[in-house]
Design a protein around this ligand. Structure first.
Ligand code: SF4
Length: 455
């Protein structure tokens, strides 16, 4: 089960495979992205996809109904789910109805929201992830640490040991040999599976088409090999027309992996004879994001991961520290809206507000302002900035509001710092704060004092 947990950050900082290698990896990914985006009119494409998403989210109600109409006309069945629990129950009902004992899963972060693997296992249904990164973290009994590269936190040596232990092969850290071992096992699973599922990158309202993009071919096999296919789709995935798709394909692959285009773009057009298709359209807290005009833009997200790759906080702590499915700046905006400000109100504070996330976002989502808005919301609901922190900021706000008060506060701080240095003691909260940080010394005189002394 995934639960938001503020203490997860400590685990992430002390995890042996975690953050140390992350910044260099992120640098490489970002450099590839910049090279790829320099080949196209990037700002024009960003403006275009932003405008399409703005229209789609503003017209969500009728676009989703139109998608349902067209998908149904092609022979599929659409189910609607208000919550993750409801969606998971519908998925299990489908499995029961078709007597499914084995499921192959294409990559879907939404299925992580539903905690689908655990729920299927509890129902005695064997589910296997077929995306290589997801397969690795499933074998390791872990959760993805990045939305595009789920096993980013593991080295090939880690994976070699894992495959030796779990798949019974001789240890190797040769990527091709590891890939071949995974492929051999997964092929058999496609043949045995009673149901395949994938996430949805885009849902085209005018045609009822489910579009997925990927590099490995596993989504096509998950959708096409078993007799039953289920697409799990968040309400924000719908776009109006097929003609709106190309600019998204241009920016998504470039922003996610630095590729010009993903290796495969699938247009699932409807079931052939003898096969059954479902699409579960899921809210699961997205209408909370929609209802708040200040965060509505977060629903324009196309899940490329670029904001995580440049975020100085993500680079330091990795994805698990955020404690829920979506890490990084977009997760820090969406998670409190989706699972409750009371549970995850501290997440918007995991940002330096440097603005790099918006600069890299292919949809130009104004993440910094949304983070500030969510901070305000969390403080107003008492979910952050409690106790001593609140008192300290009140004191500082008063000190900053008048020059004499500011000067008195600086003198007091200087005296306190000097005393603390002399007796070697710090008050509890300050001692905790400085355990992993240096507190810069307070200057002997302020600039203004120095200026006045000179004059
Ligand atoms: S917010 Fe933007 S950069 Fe971050 S994952 Fe979504 S689309 Fe990508």
């Amino acid at each position: 089960m995934i639960h938001y947990d503020r203490h997860a950050v400590h685990d992430a900082l002390t995890h042996p495979h975690g953050p140390p290698g992350l910044p260099a990896t992120m640098e490489r990914i970002v450099a590839d992205k910049h090279a790829a985006q320099s080949q196209v009119p990037w700002q024009e494409l960003r403006a275009r996809v932003h405008a399409i998403k703005e229209y789609a989210i503003a017209n969500l109600a009728w676009l989703l109904v139109e998608f349902e109409k067209q998908f149904s006309a092609r022979g599929g069945t659409v189910l609607w789910a208000r919550s993750a629990d409801e969606a998971a129950a519908q998925f299990l009902d489908i499995c029961k109805h078709h007597n499914v004992r084995s499921v192959v899963k294409g990559k879907s972060m939404l299925s992580e929201e539903l905690e689908l693997n655990d729920r299927l296992a509890a129902a005695g249904i064997d589910a296997v992830e077929t995306d290589l990164g997801e397969y690795i973290v499933q074998l390791a009994g872990q959760k993805p640490s990045h939305i595009i590269a789920p096993a980013l936190h593991l080295s090939r040596q880690d994976i070699g040991k894992l495959f030796a232990a779990k798949l019974g092969i001789a240890y190797t850290d040769d990527p091709q040999a590891l890939l071949a071992a995974a492929r051999t096992r997964l092929r058999q699973r496609y043949l045995e599976a009673g149901l395949g599922m994938t996430g949805v990158n885009f849902a085209v309202a005018e045609s009822g088409t489910v579009v997925t993009v990927e590099n490995e071919g596993n989504q096509a096999l998950s959708a096409a090999a078993p007799p039953v296919y289920v697409a799990l789709m968040g309400i924000e995935k719908v776009i109006p027309r097929l003609a709106d798709l190309p600019p998204f394909l241009h920016v998504l692959a470039r922003a996610a992996t630095g590729q010009k285009l993903s290796v495969y773009t699938h247009h699932f057009l409807g079931p052939e004879d003898g096969r059954t298709w479902y699409c579960i359209i899921i809210d699961a807290g997205r209408t909370n994001v929609l209802a708040d005009a200040a965060t509505r833009e977060a629903l324009y997200c196309i899940r490329c991961g670029a904001c995580m790759n440049v975020c100085p906080i993500y680079r330091r702590v990795g994805g698990w520290a955020y404690g829920w499915v979506y890490p990084g700046p977009i997760g820090s905006v969406e998670t409190p809206q989706m699972i409750g400000v009371e549970r995850a109100g501290e997440l918007p504070f995991t940002s330096s507000l440097c603005g790099a996330c918006q600069g890299e976002c292919p949809v130009d989502i104004d993440l910094p302002h949304q983070l500030v808005h969510m901070r305000r919301k969390a403080v107003a609901r008492g979910a952050a900035g409690k106790g001593i922190e609140r008192s300290a900021f009140r004191f500082w706000a008063r000190a900053m509001s008048s020059l004499p008060a500011y000067r008195r506060a600086i003198r007091l701080a200087r005296f306190g710092a000097g005393l603390s240095a002399r007796i070697g003691w710090k008050p509890g909260p300050l001692a905790a704060w400085t355990r992993h940080r240096d507190l810069p010394p307070i200057a002997d005189e302020t600039f203004k004092e120095w200026w006045e002394r000179r004059a």
